[in-house]
Design a protein around this ligand. Structure first.
Ligand SMILES: [Zn+2]
Length: 189
């Protein structure tokens, strides 16, 4: 069972944020893996969700959810691929409306939180929460902080948290692959 590069996440030790869950869902299609599509069944996704602190969500998914998960994955990918905030809005707004992604106040351990998808389970929760998380991210930081790996043939996506906004690769493995190819090209001359 393949895992995932931990540098996709801010901190592999805490439950992943909903933006990170969107990232993991999109990267379930990984052209460097064989086979590239790891959403032909639920094995990879439930393994990954459990590993990043979302065992309950993982347990709520069923095989019948796979077509909806793949559709959600495609839509989330297009938000990472575009550099245009208007395009992101055109993708995300209909998803938010359709999933009734309404923020509601909820109390937990004496603190109060605003939460989307309250009471929703499994794929329905993901359909509300992931677009809401990306919409919030785009509103705060813009689509330019969401990117696609520049190390061919990898098309995995990443969140650019560098101060200068200069991240180009999804993980250090891709960064090293790109650097090695550049090195070989230079040596030929
Ligand atoms: Zn990559």
């Amino acid at each position: 069972m393949n895992g995932f590069p931990s540098d996709w996440l801010v901190d592999a030790m805490v439950p992943a944020s909903d933006v990170e869950l969107a990232l993991l869902l999109v990267n379930s299609m990984d052209l460097l893996e064989d086979p590239p599509d790891r959403l032909v069944d639920l094995q990879w996704l439930t393994h990954v969700l459990t590993r990043v602190g979302h065992a309950q969500l993982a347990g709520e998914l069923t095989k019948r959810d796979l077509p909806r998960l793949r559709r959600l994955r495609d839509a989330m990918r297009s938000v990472f691929e575009t550099d245009d905030d208007t395009t992101a809005a055109e993708v995300l707004n209909p998803l938010l409306v359709k999933a009734r992604a309404v923020p509601l106040l909820t109390e937990h351990d004496g603190a109060i939180f605003l939460q989307v998808g309250l009471g929703l389970r499994g794929v329905a929760a993901l359909e509300a929460r992931l677009p809401a998380a990306l919409a919030t991210f785009v509103a705060e930081q813009g689509t330019r902080r969401l990117g696609v790996c520049g190390s061919d043939p990898c098309r995995c996506v990443f969140v650019d948290r560098t101060r200068a906004g200069t991240r180009k690769y999804c993980c250090s493995y891709c960064n090293d692959r790109y650097a090695a190819r550049a090195y070989r090209r230079r040596r030929k001359h």
